[in-house]
Ligand binder design. Structure first.
Ligand code: NAI
Length: 360
């Protein structure tokens, strides 16, 4: 495997491979860019079928974090870590070994939770390194979980996705309210579940699916959602599709089957390849670029790490997500280009400006 020739390699500053024989840790930290500050991004634990898949994921996700942090106007670069393994087989020793690996990078990479890791894991990592955020101990207990500073980023991501989804609905469907709209949510985990609660509170009618047996039951019972199979969720007859599971769900097989007119969800890297942004545009589907709409969690994690922000300030920053999206939607319409291409260009311009400042 030639790292530098890999399709997802994009002049990443560093890729670190870590192994700890005693705990069985096999991990990768990819630092895409520190042009705007230390690289911040979560740690994913996943049982990748092949080592190259784990490397690709780390490369793609870390570049996505550079773009996400740049678009959210945070003073952080882009990085991501992956631990190769089944989250069900996680041990304290392995998480501690991962914490030591993060520590060895000396603050150029700051970790947080992602798919397969939890706030409890971050608490444990904090025992061995200061370069971690998203700690329960930092959250303001007793306040609305959607606005507390620190802790689980999932509810803040859900809040940003909710506000961004409403902006996309306003832009594409000309509707100020979600009342009576049918919305499909794929994945009912740390983001999908709180998102469903916000959507249902606004009167949306939910169609949901999760690969975990029984995960949809709570949403159906509590919110009156309709459960469908994980295989059919993308092609449901709905107004909006919110992918909140894993990435690469929008490709040349799934896009022709979509019936939603808006795609607005939390999952990272929803487009299997760049050209699928164009396919969505040609299909008349408004796509909310993932790393713009799902920035609520990193805004919370970043401000928690820096310290000093109030819950109200974090919420105000999350409330800027729909404004940013609307700017992208308008520019895409004006220029006849995919929203994903417009967002990529804006993010690259911000990174290039950061690089020029670093060199100067
Ligand atoms: P999670 O791991 O808590 O939940 C993901 C859920 O999706 C799980 O319940 C899983 O069973 C389900 N799932 C997996 N494959 C599926 C499939 N094919 N069909 C239906 N369901 C499936 O993860 P979380 O935190 O909710 O994140 C969801 C997505 O949002 C991920 O792509 C993540 O990278 C992204 N994201 C999460 C952020 C956060 O703050 N947690 C921040 C930004 C992005």
């Amino acid at each position: 495997m030639d790292l530098f020739q890999m399709r997802d390699f994009d002049a990443h500053e560093r890729v670190i491979f870590g192994c700890d024989a005693a705990s069985g840790l096999h991990a990768i930290i990819a630092i895409h860019s520190t042009a705007l500050g230390p690289a911040a991004g979560g740690c994913r634990m996943w049982p990748y079928a092949a080592f190259a898949d784990a490397v690709s994921d780390a490369l793609r996700l870390s570049r996505g974090m550079s773009y996400k942090n740049a678009m959210a106007e945070l003073p952080f670069g882009g990085g991501k870590a992956v631990i190769i393994g089944d989250p069900g087989e996680k041990t304290r020793q392995r998480i501690a070994a991962f914490g030591r690996l993060v520590d060895s990078v000396g603050g150029r990479y700051i970790t947080a939770e992602d798919v397969g890791t939890t706030t409890a894991d971050m608490e444990q990592i904090a025992c061995v390194t200061p370069f971690v955020s998203g700690l329960v101990r930092n959250s303001e207990r007793g306040t609305d979980p959607g606005t507390a500073v620190g802790g689980d980023p999932g509810p803040k991501t859900a809040l940003g996705v909710f506000l961004g989804l409403k902006a996309a609905v306003r832009f594409r469907l000309g509707r100020a309210s979600l009342e009576g709209l049918r919305i499909a949510v794929q994945g009912l985990g740390g983001v999908g579940y709180p998102l469903c609660r916000l959507l249902a509170a606004e009167g949306a009618s939910l169609v949901v699916a999760d690969a975990r047996p029984g995960a949809a039951q709570r949403v159906c019972e509590e919110l009156g959602a309709q459960e469908v199979s994980a295989e059919s969720i993308l092609s449901q007859d709905v107004d909006v599709l919110a992918p909140c599971a894993l990435g690469a769900v929008l490709d040349s097989r799934t896009i022709p089957a979509l019936r939603a007119r808006v795609v607005a969800g939390a999952a990272n890297n929803q487009l299997a390849r760049e050209e699928h942004g164009e396919a969505l545009m040609h299909a008349g589907i408004l796509y909310a670029p993932d790393y713009v709409i799902n920035a609520g969690g990193i805004i919370s994690v970043a401000r928690e790490y820096q310290g000093g922000a109030t819950a109200a300030q974090v919420r105000a920053e999350i409330e800027r997500i729909p404004l940013r999206l609307t700017e992208i939607f308008e520019r895409a319409r004006r220029e006849g280009r995919p929203t994903s291409a417009v967002a990529d260009q804006m993010a690259r311009e911000r990174l290039a400006a950061g690089n020029r400042r670093m060199v100067a």
